[in-house]
Design a protein around this ligand. Sequence first.
Ligand code: C2E
Ligand code: CA
Ligand code: CA
Ligand code: CA
Length: 275
Amino acid sequence: VKERGGSAISVLTADDHERLNRKSMIEKRLIHALDRHNLRLLYQPQIDLKTGKMDGVEALVRWEDSEIGIVTPDELIPIAEENGMIHEIGLYVLETVCAQLKDWHSRGLDINVSINTSIREFRDKDMAKAFLEQIQTNGCDPKNLTIEITERFALEAESERSIVKQMQQLNQAGINFTLDDFGTGYAAFRYMLMLPIKNLKIDRSIIKSITKQEKMQKLIKGMIQFGKSLDLRVTAEGVETNEQLELLRAMECDMIQGYISGYPMEAADLEKWMK
Ligand code: C2E
Ligand code: CA
Ligand code: CA
Ligand code: CA
């Protein structure tokens, strides 16, 4: 229990200390990791259900530090959002993806890559400019890039003119947007009309329950139809079983992403997987 104590230290429990220690370690080591290019990206395939072919991949950040071990994105991203280092991570991810795209392009591979962004990145007024500069410096094609924003992001962004402007700027340069984590509870669908969004990704937590209840199936079917009625391409995320896959196919879901068709993998493994 945190009470007003004599010193700031005495109000913290041992657990608090451990958490704060780990957090400050992560913050310190992250600077080092970005410097040394120690963050890696894995690429998880997204499959078009009509053709059965890969439509693109999602880039997912991975970090194993020599001192603190594995730091999952679910731990890393909130810390980086809080201390502002998400800007550096965002540019690092973009730079890495651009280099990868260029390499793929030079070997005749035309692969679309989705990257994840946080609203905090867009609150920097120069974010779109920095992104477009990075793309130009690296000489990759913005048409191969998609930016995923979360539903929560979209809800906040709708009322922040400078964010909408930056999204439009990126969109005009050829970058697509995906609305991620759809259905997780922030639904207020107006934002879909305001923002330049092309794809909709139904959250894994919802897909997970598709086989459990008849009602859930109706709900998911409704979400897919809803997306399609707005001319969005709909992806189901976190598809793990054949049963889920077949239900989604019957519901005319456009795409899937999940362990059933491919785990997140190193670029080189992805290339082998594609053959
Ligand atoms: P997300 O954007 O919703 O990404 C999908 C997550 O589901 C990934 O977790 C992926 O590995 C996992 N996944 C994919 N298919 C399956 C499946 O069939 N079953 C299960 N159980 N899981 C599946 P991951 O890589 O741990 O990333 C977690 C979250 O961290 C991401 O959720 C995203 O919000 C965030 N994140 C990851 N990389 C980045 C990044 O470069 N920048 C930012 N801002 N956020 C990132
Ligand atoms: Ca995502
Ligand atoms: Ca997602
Ligand atoms: Ca998610």
